[in-house]
Design a protein around this ligand. Structure first.
Ligand SMILES: O=C(NC/C=C/[C@H]1O[C@@H](n2ccc(=O)cc2)[C@H](O)[C@@H]1O)c1cc([N+](=O)[O-])cc(O)c1O
Ligand SMILES: [Mg+2]
Length: 214
């Protein structure tokens, strides 16, 4: 039977990356996507912006919306301090299965919890199920029409604190116009656009970094 692109991406990691070396996993995926098949990872150019925000925030509790194959999950987790954790929500069980294996190859299982299901259902359960008080950093990279409703849900569930950073991928391509309008005009956020390019292409895209002001 024909393999899927995530399966081929995982095989490229297992073939080209060193077990327990997260940066080699990131590099193997980027090489696969540049040389073989495009895939919707945040990629290396926007990934460097992600790295700088993670290093600046030095978060203890991270939420990622949209795991896919685990590229940004591994990228973020590789920069976290020892007891820090990332919870990543993935709707598609096939993607979650691949992501768990990519994460295991990187040796980052202890820092990452892959949770399967829709963000709208899981966000209200974060406190009771995972003992989360508030998130220090949220990386939004799931369905683009879910960025805004899930941000409002995070606010309503008391999962954001003064200073929580929201970092959103694809605010230009494919675009998240309603989310952008909200975080750029709401008095509850201070927002900043980091211009970049759509992963592995020359098209414009960028990350929007928004600080929740409480
Ligand atoms: O569409 C894009 N991303 C949608 C991602 C969706 C991911 O989020 C999960 N999810 C997890 C939890 C949910 O509740 C819902 C979905 C889905 O199961 C999928 O794994 C996209 C598209 C392009 N592009 O160039 O076309 C570029 C990008 O960087 C992108 O991120
Ligand atoms: Mg994306």
């Amino acid at each position: 039977t024909q393999s899927t692109r995530p399966q081929r991406l995982l095989h490229a990691v297992q073939k080209n990356a060193t077990r327990g070396d997260p940066r080699s996993v990131v590099k193997a995926i980027d090489n696969f996507c540049r040389q073989k098949e495009w895939a919707m990872n945040v990629g290396d150019e926007k990934g460097c912006i992600l790295d700088s925000v993670v290093s600046e925030v030095n978060p203890v509790t991270v939420l990622e919306l949209g795991t896919y194959c685990g590229y940004s999950t591994v990228r973020i987790a590789s920069l976290l301090p020892p007891r820090a954790k990332i919870i990543t929500l993935e709707f598609n069980p096939d993607y979650a299965k691949i992501a768990r294996q990519v994460i295991a190859w990187a040796g980052l299982e202890d820092k990452i919890q892959v949770v399967e299901g829709p963000s709208g259902e899981w966000i209200p359960k974060m406190k009771e199920q995972f003992g989360v008080k508030t998130f220090d950093l949220v990386f939004l990279d799931h369905w683009k029409d879910r960025y805004l409703p899930d941000t409002k849900l995070l606010e309503d569930c008391g999962l954001l604190r003064k200073g929580t950073i929201l970092l959103a991928d694809n605010v230009i391509c494919p675009g998240t116009p309603d989310y952008l309008e909200y975080v750029r005009n709401s008095p509850r956020y201070k927002s900043q656009y980091f211009k970049s390019h759509l992963e592995y292409t020359k098209a414009e895209d960028g990350l929007e970094k928004s600080v929740f002001l409480g």
